[in-house]
Ligand binder design. Sequence first.
Ligand SMILES: [Fe+2]
Length: 376
Amino acid sequence: MNGLNEFLDAHPDSLEHDLKSMSMWDESPEFELLPPWDEQQQCRKILEQLRIAAQATVGALVVFEPGRQRYLFRAAFGLTCSESAICNLIWAHVGKFRDDFVNRQQPTVFNRHAFQQQPLFDFERRLGFQSFCFQPLIVDHKIIGGALLGNRQTVVDFSQRDLKHLEQLAPVTSGELERIRLYKELKGLFIHSVHAFVSAIDAKDPYTHGHSERVTDYALKMGRILGWGAEMLEALRMSAILHDVGKIGVPELILSKPSALTTDEFFQIKRHPEIGAKIVGEIPQLKATLSGILFHHERFDGQGYPRGLEGENIPLFGRLIAVADAYDAMTSDRPYRKGLKPDQAFKELNSNRGTQFDPQMVDAFVLAHQQGAIVQ
Ligand SMILES: [Fe+2]
C-alpha cells in the first residue's frame, strides 16, 4: 500500500496520463467482462444443430449437475411437458443405459417397432413420440449432458444416417457445453475473489463494513428499474463492488479518523477514484467497470471530483453509483455522527436531485424502494 502511494507521489503525471490514454469512461456496448455469451441462447443453438443432424421434430437438451446428481433443463422444442418432466425422463434413460453410453458414446434409439414393444416408455408415447433417441454428451468419460430427440410423424423412424450424423456431431456439442460450464465456473470464481478482496478493503474502515456489497445491491436494483440488459448489469455489478477499491491507497488512519478531516487528509481521500481506476485499469477484462470507479464522486452540477464533469457528461455508471453510494453513506453510522433514518436519507436525495444527483437516477432509486427492493 505504501509502495503504491510512494509511486503515485513520485509520478504525479503518470496516473493522469494513464487514465487519459485509456479513454476508459465510455460505456462500451461490448463488455469484456462478459463475452457476448447467453447460456440459454447457446444451448438453443446446440440443440438446433442436433435436431438438424437427426432430422427430429421434438427435442430437449439437459446438462448434468454432478454435485446434486440430477439433470438441469437447458432447451427444448416441440415438447409440451414441464422442464422437470423432461429432466426426469432423461434421468431415467441415463440410469438404464449409463454404461452403454459411456462405452459406445452412441445414441440409443427406439424406432417404432422397438419402441412399441417397450412397456417402460409409456411417458414418451403419451408425448406423442413415434420414435426417439437419446444422445449422451460426454467429456473425459463423464456424461455432462444429453439430448433427447424424437419424431412425432407417424412414418418417421431414425435412419442409420441420422444417427451417424448425430454421433459425429456429439463430440463438438459436448465440447461447446463444457466450454459454457467452464466459463461459468471461472466467472463465479472471479466474482467470488473480487468480493473477498473488496471485503478486505472495507474492513480497513470498520464503519464502512459491508458498504461495497450494499452499494452493489442498490445499484443492481436501480439498473433493473432502468431496464438495463444482463451484460450491462453484470458490468455494473463489478463496477459497484469495486467503486471504492482505490481506498487501498488511502492510509487507514485517515479512513477511520473519528474527527473531521484536515484539508490535506480530504485531498488524500479524494484520490481514491483515480487510484481505483489505475488499479483496475491494469485488468483488461474489467475495462467496462472503470467509469463507475472513476466517476462515482462527480456531481450532476459539475462540483464533484475528480474531473468536475457535469450532467450527462458524467458516465451512466458514475451517476448511478453516486446515488447508491450516497444513500448507504447517509444511512450508515460514522465515528463522528449517527446514520440517518431511511426516510431522512430519501429526503436528502430528493432535495439534491438535479444538483448533486442525476434526477433520473434518484427516481430509479426511489422507485426501487417503493417496489420494496431497497430495504435498509
Ligand atoms: Fe468512493
